[in-house]
Design a protein around this ligand. Sequence first.
Ligand code: FDP
Length: 276
Amino acid sequence: MTVGDILDVVAAAAPEIRAGLPGRRTKIDDENVSGERQLAADVWADQLLGDRLGAIDGVGQYASEERETVESVGDGYLVAVDPLDGSSNLKSNNPMGTVVGIYDDDLPTTGRSLVAAAYVLYGPITTMVVAREDDVTEYVIEDGERRDVGVVELPAEPTVYGFGGRVPDWPPAVADYVADVESELKLRYGGAMIADVSQVLTYGGIFAYPMLQSRPAGKLRLLFEGAPIAYIVEAAGGGSSDGTQSLLDVEATAVHQRTPVFVGNTDLIDRLEAAL
Ligand code: FDP
């Protein structure tokens, strides 16, 4: 039952997180462990989720993109959270999300230790997508309760693509790949991984935050973002890659390790790996 309890707590926290955003759009003086200036909303969502998830019987550790160290809170699963993914979208009032990975191992580990992964999308409506044992379900969150609105399956025919990072900073092989797929797909990039991945899950296609010439490991965090999203997309019938292998197979050596992220329809991921 613990996995279900964790997901219920995340769903119950979502309306509270959303309701607290309007007054927390400003940056504070602190940086997170990855050197990024935090918003008041990042810190607040992290505190709220840490308190709630840490109190669940059966949760052993709480790890957050916003905290340097993993907190020990009892015995059981390790819950890794990106409390507000894409929070730089808050200033311009564009969508953001919360990402949750439930691991049955200590960090650092691989995505193969995930027993479930989920995200909340704070869009025009608040939705939650949960992957568990190859089953991916979308919920609408109303009054903190999850209402099942159907199975999520990646459409067989891809239509959208969205790649992060500045184009002149992409390695030539990434630029060539994008030049190739942009004749087949239409650009959809909003700047929050969760919202951009949701477009791929809905319409088919590929989302990436690739390796950059200035930043060979890319921007996104493997254990908080890359692996949970790969778990969801693969369970929905798609593929994932760090450029050479499934994101679920990448061995982490540090809790806050970064990785290039490519997720989407398997043929697009195969072509990407061949191009790199
Ligand atoms: P943000 O910095 O706003 O939290 O997780 C990092 C992330 O957003 C992703 O959600 C998003 O895909 C990416 O960074 C956006 O980065 P760019 O601003 O470089 O496009």
